[in-house]
Design a protein around this ligand. Structure first.
Ligand code: HEC
Length: 120
């Protein structure tokens, strides 16, 4: 594997792809920022559901690493939960809405990709 290609793989998680594969690097960067600043508190850096904020919650966030959950949900539902909050799909309201992401579809897409990647 060439060095460039290897670097490309390293940045895939951040820039949503390399070369002409497309992807919106700005959206990916913003999604990463949102994840780190808002989601990690409860969901944990690796999506295991064990962030420091989760300890105080009556209903704990599930682990995004669970392949059964990954297979059972779809991207639209993940987006709905993060924009409209858990209550919008019958989940716990501790999962707060993020209305500022409503019109940022590219950022939503990148967050979904991020959550999907946590499964691996
Ligand atoms: C205050 C803690 C908290 C924060 C911050 C938080 N979540 Fe959650 N989240 C939860 C809890 C608790 C649940 C589970 C609710 C349930 O199962 O009833 C959840 C559920 C979810 C689900 C649905 C999982 C399922 O069971 O289908 C998604 C997707 C999700 N969160 C994404 C995010 C994203 C993306 C962010 C950042 C923008 C975020 N969450 C921030 C607490 C949080």
């Amino acid at each position: 594997m060439s060095r460039t290609l290897a670097l490309c793989f390293v940045f895939v998680g951040f820039a949503a792809g390399c070369g002409d594969k497309g992807g919106d690097a700005n959206a990916a960067a913003e999604a990463e920022k949102v994840w780190q600043e808002r989601c990690v508190t409860c969901h944990g850096p690796d999506g295991g559901g064990n962030g420091p904020g989760a300890a105080a919650l009556a209903v704990k966030p599930r682990s995004f690493k669970d392949p059964t959950w990954q297979a059972s949900t779809d991207n639209d539902r993940i987006k709905k939960v993060m924009v409209e909050g858990g209550a919008a799909v019958g989940l716990n309201e501790a999962m707060a809405p993020n209305p500022d992401l409503k019109d940022k579809v590219a950022v939503q897409d990148e967050l979904v990709k991020k959550i999907r990647r946590l499964a691996q």
